[in-house]
Structure formats: structure tokens, C-alpha cells
Design a protein. Structure first.
Length: 277
């Protein structure tokens, strides 16, 4: 079984090609849980499987989290798979990627940098007062796509220096908060300059902090743009794995286009020889 290992700003993935249908889709969850294990296999935040398109796209991206659960879409994953699609002749410099959350359009900017149009924001709620262990936090909520990828957006002062254990505990509590029936990816952020943010994301399905989250970054900037706290143009978001850039196009209070731009990295290519699969 041939694979690529890629990352986008530190958000890392195992990529498999199933255009020929040789892998049973019922096995995707098991493969994700197995291959993404960082001690016993390749290790990654998620598994992406390239499939034949069914809705007029260039190909379909099936995405699974490292715990084996299916994800609707992944922004950094879409940027990485855009590069995979281009370099394997599946699509050109502009490509249409089918996902569970809807169609995503990817653009090749140069060898390593790719831009994707994220799924449309919806079901937005701002400044919800949510209680966790006796403290009340102001939390906004955004979904991207249909079915939507759920994101909680939470401001935190001195985020870079925040106690790691306390932040993890808060992220896990909000991820399972009853205000979010689907659960949520929890995006903590701090504004550190004009159109410049620092962000950390506790990801649903990984159940830990990841080095970056593309849809989370898009959700944070969507909220801050609509609240007038950032311009929405070329907003730089720094995370543990590097920097992503978000551009928001809007018509009044309606977001018409949401773009995610950043680097990709092909870490390795090879063959999975796991004797326990």
C-alpha cells in the first residue's frame, strides 16, 4: 500500500490513493486509527483517501481523524491534497475537490504554497456565555460547510504563556460542552497586532492540540471580521506549526468567500508494510 506523508503548517496527514477502488471504504476508519498512531505506525493527525469523483469534481477527498472517526473536511488537508492531486496528474493548478462538507476549490500558487476556498460559514452564534468549572467564557460558534464542521472561537489573554494543563482541560471541556450537540473544535486566539493573531486549536477527533487547524483559523477570522476586530484581508495567524493567511470576502454581514493560504510539505513517500494490518 503506497502512501505519502504530508503536512500543512504542522497539521500532518497520511495520504492514500484509492482511485482504483482497491481499498474497501469500510476500512478507512480502522486504517486511520492504525496508520495515524505515532508510536506504532506512520503517525499523523488524520488520514486522507483520494477517491473517484461523484459530483463533477476532479476527485473526492475522504477524511478521517486519528481516532478513526470521519471528518467533514480539513482545511490544511485540502491544501495538502491539492498538491497531491496536482503532482500526481489528477488535476491542474486549479482543482475541484469533493468533500463531505461540500465542494472545495484548490489553487496552486507555487511549488509549496496552496490556497483553498473553504466551505461557507453558517449557523453562527456570537459571544455565548458558557460556564466551565464555575468560570464563564465568551464563546462564539461557527460551522463551515453542510454538514458543517463545528468550531468554537474563544479569546484568551496571554495565550502563549497560558498554563498548558489548564488550557488542555478547558479545551476538552468546551469540546464536549452541551451547547454544542455535535461537539466542537475549540480555537483559542489572541490578537497580537493589526490583522495578526496567535491561535491554538484543540481538535475534535484528535482529542488534543494540533500544530495548526485550517478550518479553525478560517472560523476565528470569520468571527473577528464580522465583529470588526480584523480587516479580513491578509490576516496572518501564527500557530505552533507556522503561519496561515486568511482572506474574507463579504457582502454586508454575509461571507461570500473564505480563503486559506499556507505552505505544504511532502515529508516522505513510501510503502506501508505493517504486518498487523
Amino acid at each position: 500500500m503506497e502512501f505519502w506523508k504530508m503536512n500543512g503548517a504542522g497539521n500532518d496527514f497520511v495520504v492514500l490513493n484509492n482511485m482504483d477502488g482497491s481499498i474497501d471504504p469500510k476500512e478507512y476508519g480502522y486504517l486511520a486509527k492504525t496508520l495515524c498512531h505515532r508510536h506504532l505506525s506512520v503517525g499523523a493527525d488524520g488520514l486522507m483517501v483520494v477517491e473517484k469523483p461523484t459530483m463533477g469534481g476532479d476527485y473526492r477527498m475522504a477524511f478521517y481523524n486519528s481516532d478513526g472517526s470521519m471528518g467533514e473536511m480539513c482545511g490544511n488537508g485540502a491544501r495538502c491534497i491539492s498538491r497531491y492531486g496536482y503532482e500526481n496528474g489528477l488535476a491542474g493548478e486549479v482543482q475541484r475537490i469533493e468533500t463531505t462538507a461540500g465542494l472545495v476549490v484548490g489553487h496552486r500558487l507555487d511549488t509549496r504554497h496552496y490556497r483553498v476556498r473553504l466551505n461557507d460559514p453558517c449557523n453562527m452564534r456570537f459571544d455565548l456565555p458558557l460556564e466551565v468549572e464555575g468560570a464563564v467564557y465568551s464563546v462564539s460558534y461557527v460551522e463551515l460547510g453542510n454538514p458543517g464542521i463545528p468550531h468554537a472561537v474563544v479569546p484568551v489573554e496571554n495565550l502563549k504563556d497560558y498554563d498548558e494543563a489548564a488550557l488542555f482541560s478547558l479545551g476538552r471541556a468546551l469540546r464536549y460542552h452541551p451547547a454544542f450537540p455535535k461537539g466542537a473544535n475549540v480555537n483559542f486566539y489572541e490578537i497580537i497586532g493589526e490583522d495578526h493573531l496567535y491561535e491554538r486549536t484543540y481538535e475534535r477527533g484528535v482529542e488534543d492540540f494540533t500544530y495548526a487547524c485550517g478550518t479553525g483559523t478560517g472560523s476565528v477570522v470569520t468571527v473577528l471580521t464580522l465583529k470588526g476586530q480584523v480587516s479580513g484581508h491578509g490576516v496572518a495567524v501564527d500557530m505552533a506549526g507556522g503561519r496561515l493567511t486568511i482572506d474574507v470576502e463579504r457582502d454586508g454581514e454575509t461571507i461570500t468567500d473564505l480563503y486559506l493560504t499556507g505552505p505544504t510539505n511532502i515529508v516522505c513517500k513510501g510503502e506501508i508494510t505493517d504486518e498487523e494490518l
